[in-house]
Structure formats: C-alpha cells, structure tokens
Design a binder for this molecule. Sequence first.
Ligand code: CA
Ligand code: CA
Ligand code: CA
Ligand code: CA
Length: 421
Amino acid sequence: MRLFFVFTLLLASACSDKGRVDDTQDDPQDADGDGILAADDCDDRDPAVGGEEVIYDGVDNDCDPSTLDDDLDGDGVVFAADCDDGDPSVWLPSEEHAGALSSGFNDFCAGYCERRLGGDLDLNRATPEDVASLSCLVSVGGDVLLNNNNALTSLAGLDGLAVVEGDVTINNNALTSLAGLEGLSAVGGQLMLERNRALESLAGLSGLSTVGGRFVLTSNGALESLSGLGGLSSVGESVTVDGNGALLSLAGLEGLIDVGEQLIIANNPALTSLAGLEGVSSVGGGLWIDNNDALTSLAGAESLSTSAGGLFVYDNDALTSLVGLERLTSVSGGLYVFNSVSLTSLSGLDGLTSVEWSLSIFENDALTSLSGLEALSTLDGDLEIRDNNNLCEDEVDALAAQLTLFSGLLYNVNNTGTCPS
Ligand SMILES: [Ca+2]
Ligand SMILES: [Ca+2]
Ligand SMILES: [Ca+2]
Ligand SMILES: [Ca+2]
C-alpha cells in the first residue's frame, strides 16, 4: 500500500506540473497563486485545491467527490485506521486472540489483516478450506497440532505464519508436501514430523532457521531427501532422523551448524552417506549412527571436531571404515563401535587424540586392524576391545601401550584373529 501511495503522489505531482507557473501575485491566470493556472484549477480562488486528486491529504483536490481522497476500498474505514485500504474485506488492527483455535476457522481472520493466536492451533479436525482461511495468522503462542487427520491434504493458507512458540507436530498420511509453511522461520519448541506416509518433500520448510527444542523426523516412508531445510542453522536440543525407509541422503541439512544435544541418524535403510552434515562441527549430546544398512561411509561429517555425549556407531551393515571423521579430535562420553559386520578398520579416526570415558570396540567380525587410532593418547576410562573374531589381541595391547594417559581398565577379550608371527 505504501508503494502505491508514493507512486500516486509522484504521478499526481508529474501530472500537475504541466499547469504550474511561477507564483505571481494578482495573476489573472492563477488568481489563488497556487501555481496551477486557472484553466487547470477547478477552484482558482482556493490555493488548497486544484490539479489532480492527491489521495490521503484530506482535500478534494480535483473538486470531484467521485475521485476518492480516502477510504479507497469503500469499507467505511479511513486509511489511518484501515489495515489495508485496498481491500474492503479487512480493516481491523492487528491483535492477539487468546486461547486455542480448533474450530470456527472461517471466522478467525474475518476483518483482520494480521492476527496472532495465543494458544494452540489444533488442526486435528480441520479441512483444507479451514486452513486456507487462515491467511491472517502470523504467530502461534502455543502448539500447532496435526495428528491423524487424513482429510487435511494441504497446508496452503498458512503462508503468513512466521513463528510458533510451542511445538509443531505433523502426523498425517495425506500430506505430500508442507507447502504453505514457507513463511515459518522459528519453532520455539519441538518440530515433530512423524509417520507421514505420503510426505515426499520438505520444501515447504524453506524459511525455517531455528528450532528451539528437538527436531524429529521419523517414519516418513516416502521422503527421499531433506531438500528444503537449507535455512535451518540451529536446533536447541536433539536432531533425530530415524526410520525413513526411502531416504537416500541428508542433503538439505547443509546449513545446520548447532546441535545442542544428540544427533541421531538411525534406521534409514537407503542412506548411503552423511553428505549434508558438512556444517556440523560439534554436537552437544552425542552422535548416534546406527542401523543404516546401505551406509558405506561417513563422508559428510568432515567438519565434526568434537562430540560431547559420546559417539556411537553400530549395526551399519555396509560400513567398511570410519572415513569421514578425520577432523574429530575429542570425544567425551565414550566412543562405541560395535556389531558392524563389514568394518575392516578404524580409518577415519586418524585425528582422534582424546576420549573421555570408555573406548569400546566389540563384535565387529570383519575388523582386522585397529589402524586409524594412531593419534590416540588420552583415554579417561576403560579400553574395552572384545569379541572381534578377526582381530589379533596383540594389536589391542599395542594400543593400550601407546596411551600416555589411561585411567581405566583394559579388556582385551576374545579377539581371536591370527597374529602375525
Ligand atoms: Ca490556481
Ligand atoms: Ca486529496
Ligand atoms: Ca477503507
Ligand atoms: Ca480495508
């Protein structure tokens, strides 16, 4: 509206220039001295009037009441009081509606350009038409709830929603996309996208930059990529990507830098690498990589330098090494690598110097070497290396001997591989 207003002023000014002359007292061609010649001045006795209509100046400049000065949309509300003077369907000032909204959606935006909701937005019984009527909604003070409402096939209409202070929970087998949420930039609580069987794209979350609580993405069977999450930089608590059967890649998470607690990548059978995690340099509550049976490498985790809360790598049946973790220098909370049937070495841990708590490597049937741990010097816990059928026990003793600080116990048990003679 403001642009339109300025444009109109410029246009009016340009149009009226043609009739203006230098102010000259007592000039019969411009009796009121307003610079508009009598021929172009609808009232040459009144210097406040004349020329083209200028909107919102309180004057009927062109002496024609049919060219409006104010209330251009004719809704009876003047510009100064009208939230949009170009739209007669809205005029009310922005306000907060206390409490929740779970029905009567059609009335919520009646008369409003913008409206905030103090409580929950409950979409559990909403229709696409209901959601489409929420164009005025800019923030939700409570939670956004969508559970098992398969009649809701679209979130289009929520385009104005920028902030949800509580949780966003979406669990729906009819949505194929989250289109309509592009304006959402911050979720204060948890973002839970669970069991959305038809969801193919997260492109609707392209405006999202922060999640204050947990970000959980589980059991979305049709989701092949995380494209659309490129603006997400910070998650205050954990990030969980679990049980997404078609997920091929974590590409789309490149903007993620801060993970306050755990980062869990688990049970994604089609995932082949960690590409997409290039921005994550530390995790605050541990990194879990487990049960991703197509995962052949940890490439993508190259920025990770510290993992507080532990590192857990297990049950990834195709993983042959830990290549990708080269920049990891310290782990607090323990480092666990177990039951990885294809793992032949620990290559990738070459930068690791310190583990606070235990280092446990067990039941890796293909592991023939501990090479990769050459830089490890500090272990503030136990060294538990056991039940690796193809590992020579002498390698374990050599690792223990290499440590300059070792405060725990050594468990070198059932490493029954043949030792070089
Ligand atoms: Ca005049
Ligand atoms: Ca006017
Ligand atoms: Ca109006
Ligand atoms: Ca209006």
